[in-house]
Design a protein around this ligand. Structure first.
Ligand code: ITT
Length: 186
């Protein structure tokens, strides 16, 4: 079965490929910009994007919507992470958190996969951690330089290899669930 991952984010695509390849699942990546509906729910955004991707490509597809939720900012930027990253960026988030002692945050990943005419199936993963006081590291993408996962040794995601990040990340968890389900569907 051929499966297409629709994303414009090459960082995401690399992580997903690196997770699925060792499990024998080869994917095609298509950089199609889908309509991102305004919603507080990553699940709803992923479902709608997945339906749209399937309508365009008419083949088995999946999409992923992810976000960074900062406790002290009531879950901001959450579903708006992509926009916030493009506008105020890492520096803007650090500024908002400047005098905050509570730096708790989590990343959430939500995958929607549609193989046939059935509605998309959802898989999600969460990674709990905290916001660093300064950016550290050069790998990864987005907010990786300021996120320190709890299940780690104090390094930010951007100081880890793709494999190290995948072992504990929100995306690692959602993609492993997707892979398990695909195995059952074969
Ligand atoms: P697609 O929708 O085309 O897949 P995107 O980058 O717009 O690409 P999202 O809507 O899911 O993807 O945006 C989530 C944003 O949250 C993303 O642009 C990053 O800035 C941030 N983000 C998500 N996952 C991340 C991760 O693992 N590490 C760092 N930042 C992440």
């Amino acid at each position: 079965m051929r499966l297409t991952f629709v994303t414009t984010n090459t960082g995401k695509a690399n992580e997903v490929k690196s997770l699925l390849k060792p499990l024998g699942i080869e994917i095609d990546v298509r950089a199609i910009k889908l309509t991102e509906i305004q919603s507080d729910s990553l699940e709803e955004i992923a479902m709608r994007s997945c339906e749209e991707a399937h309508e365009i490509l008419k083949e088995p597809v999946f999409v992923e919507d992810a976000g960074l939720f900062i406790e002290r900012l009531n879950g901001f930027p959450g579903p708006y992470s992509s926009y916030v990253y493009r506008t105020i960026g890492v520096a803007g988030i650090l500024k908002l958190m400047e005098y905050e002692e509570n730096r708790a945050a989590h990343f959430k990943s939500c995958i929607a996969c549609k193989l046939s005419r059935e509605p998309p199936v959802l898989f999600s993963g969460v990674c709990v951690g905290r916001i660093s006081h300064e950016p550290r590291g050069l790998s990864g993408f987005g907010f990786d330089p300021i996120f320190i996962p709890e299940e780690g040794d104090g390094r930010t995601f951007a100081e880890m290899s793709v494999e190290e990040k995948n072992a504990v990340s929100h995306r690692g968890k959602s993609v492993r669930l997707l892979a398990e389900w695909l195995r059952l569907m074969r």
